[in-house]
Design a protein around this ligand. Sequence first.
Ligand code: NAD
Length: 314
Amino acid sequence: MRALVTGGAGFIGSHLVDRLVSRGDSVVVADNLSSGVLDFIQAHIDSGNVEFHNIDLKNLEHLIPLMEGIDIVYHLAANPDIRLGTRITNTDLNEGTIATYNVLESMRINNVNKIAFASSSVVYGENAPMPTPENHGPCIPISLYGASKQGGEGLIGAFVGTFGLQAWVFRFANIIGERGTHGVIFDFIHKLKADPNRLEVLGNGLQEKSYMEVGDCVDAMLHVVENTNEPMNLYNLGSNDTCSVRNIAAIVIRETGCKSAQIEYTGGDRGWAGDIPKAMLDIKRLQGLGFEVNYDSEEAVAYTARVLIKEIMG
Ligand code: NAD
């Protein structure tokens, strides 16, 4: 099996590359290193197990030759920073929707038939029932990032319906773990490193979301791809429960040993405009395929805090 992983030098992408290499797939990575880290996959490149291309998916001409001989595309490249859309309004359109169109078009040109796509729980928007099942609708995202994911899903559906592609669309919860380069735990550790006596928390801390450990996430992706065969396969990937931001702050303070840190809430029910304060995915469809996660949300948070503290604080 020859796989192309877009965003393969990123946080989740590099874990997926680890799994694909360890099961013997031939792996090509396309990444412009805008938020990815080459070191995450350098050992695979050095050992000849991964072919790396520093290309920008916004450039269709660069993407077309990479698709030659590819059996499946795992499309993970995107802007990871949801909050950025509050300041710059075309990033998600370009790095998300347009980039996804280019991936699909280059697949069509090369007769590459299978795509797995990293979408997000934020496509469900606000006030969806919790836990949210895959058939919830209408989906009305409230962030530009969410809109770009929904746009990507729509384009994938169109290429499945029009050109006979087969797709796996994964709506991820918050994915956390080793090599994390963004998100609430990463931010808290950096803030405590800069000032061990003060921790600023965006919002009132009552935001509550599901967290999934990155190893569980990539194992679930591969499990679903192996065990389903519809033209369009849509799966929520998450854990069975939630963890509040207050709880995350307490865990990070405990794990860093910064016991004197005073928590300061910026107030309001959410971290930023477009943030969804409460989210939990229904994962019965995933469990129906015989997959169970190893970590619940709180365990994933505590584990991630420990590994990221080592990575960030040394
Ligand atoms: P990440 O930033 O670590 O990975 C994204 C990768 O894509 C990076 O390596 C980056 O350099 C690359 N990239 C971005 N734009 C590119 C472009 N135009 N051309 C080539 N490469 C480009 O983020 P991640 O957390 O690993 O996220 C991976 C995917 O999962 C993304 O699509 C993200 O939206 C999705 N997702 C992540 C989460 C999460 O909690 N981490 C939740 C839901 C969905």
